[in-house]
Design a protein around this ligand. Structure first.
Ligand SMILES: CC(C)(COP(=O)(O)OP(=O)(O)OC[C@H]1O[C@@H](n2cnc3c(N)ncnc32)[C@H](O)[C@@H]1OP(=O)(O)O)[C@@H](O)C(=O)NCCC(=O)NCCS
Length: 188
C-alpha cells in the first residue's frame, strides 16, 4: 500500500515519514530537508559519493580505499527500516535537489546495538548538518528499541570526535588499534 504525504510523492506504507524534517538555511534561498532514504535516491547518492574529497572519504571509510560499486549504492538506498536506517539531507537550490549529507545505522547481530556513520558533503561541512543528522539518527535508533549506538572513528578525526562527545558519546579505545576510537552512546 502506498500513501501520499506532505513531501509530495507517494511512499510505501512502511516508510517512516515522521522522520522527515525541513528547515531554512540562514538568509539564503535554500531549504534543507532530512528524510529516510529511498531506492529512488540512488542518483542523488551516487552524485554525492562521487564528489566527496579524498579526505572526507578517508575519514568516512576509516582510511580504506573503498571504491563504491553500483551494488553498494543500491544497498545503501534500499533500506529495511524495521532493522536499519539511512537519512539523506538534501538542499534544494534553484529548484534542483542535491544530496548534502547521509547518516546511517545498521543493527548488529545482538539486535540491540547499532553501528552508525555520517558523511556531510565537503562544501556543507561546519554548518550544523552533521549535528542535525546525528541527533535525528540517535532519536530514530532509540525509537526503534536500540540500546546502544556505536561508531568507529579515526583517532585523527577531531570534527567527528568532538561532535560525538557533544552528543554525550563516550570515546573508547578501539580493540583493533591505536589509529581508531570507538564512540559509544547508551540509549536506555
Ligand atoms: C564529521 C562530520 C560528519 C561533521 O559534520 P558537520 O556538518 O561538518 O558538523 P557540524 O557543523 O554539525 O558541527 C557539529 C560539531 O562537530 C564538531 N566539528 C565540526 N567541524 C569541526 C572542525 N572542523 N574541527 C573541529 N570540530 C568540528 C564540533 O564539535 C561542532 O560543534 P560546534 O560547532 O559547536 O563546535 C563531517 O565533517 C564529515 O562528513 N566528515 C567526513 C566524514 C567523516 O569523518 N565521517 C565520520 C565517520 S563516522
Amino acid at each position: 500500500m502506498r500513501s501520499t504525504n506532505a513531501m509530495g510523492p507517494e511512499f510505501p506504507a512502511d516508510y517512516p515519514a515522521h522522520l522527515v524534517a525541513s528547515w531554512p538555511l540562514g538568509l539564503l534561498p535554500h531549504s534543507i530537508t532530512v528524510r529516510p532514504i529511498r531506492p529512488e535516491d540512488i542518483d542523488l547518492e551516487t552524485e554525492f559519493a562521487r564528489k566527496l574529497s579524498k579526505e572526507t572519504r578517508y575519514n568516512r571509510f576509516l582510511g580504506g580505499g573503498v571504491r563504491l560499486t553500483v551494488e553498494m549504492l543500491e544497498k545503501f538506498t534500499r533500506i529495511d527500516f524495521s532493522r536499519d536506517m539511512a537519512l539523506i539531507a538534501t538542499a534544494t537550490i534553484e529548484g534542483a535537489e542535491t544530496a548534502i549529507g547521509v547518516a546511517r545505522y545498521a543493527r548488529l547481530a545482538d539486535g540491540v546495538t547499532c553501528e552508525f556513520a555520517i558523511t556531510v558533503a565537503d562544501a556543507w561541512q561546519g554548518r550544523g548538518i552533521g549535528r542535525k543528522l546525528l541527533v535525528m539518527l540517535v532519536d530514530s535508533a532509540r525509537g526503534h528499541g536500540m540500546r546502544w549506538i556505536v561508531g568507529d572513528v579515526l583517532a585523527t578525526n577531531t570534527p567527528m570526535l568532538r561532535l560525538a562527545r557533544s552528543q554525550g558519546f563516550r570515546i573508547d579505545w578501539h580493540p583493533e588499534g591505536a589509529e581508531l576510537r570507538r564512540v559509544v552512546l547508551g540509549l536506555g
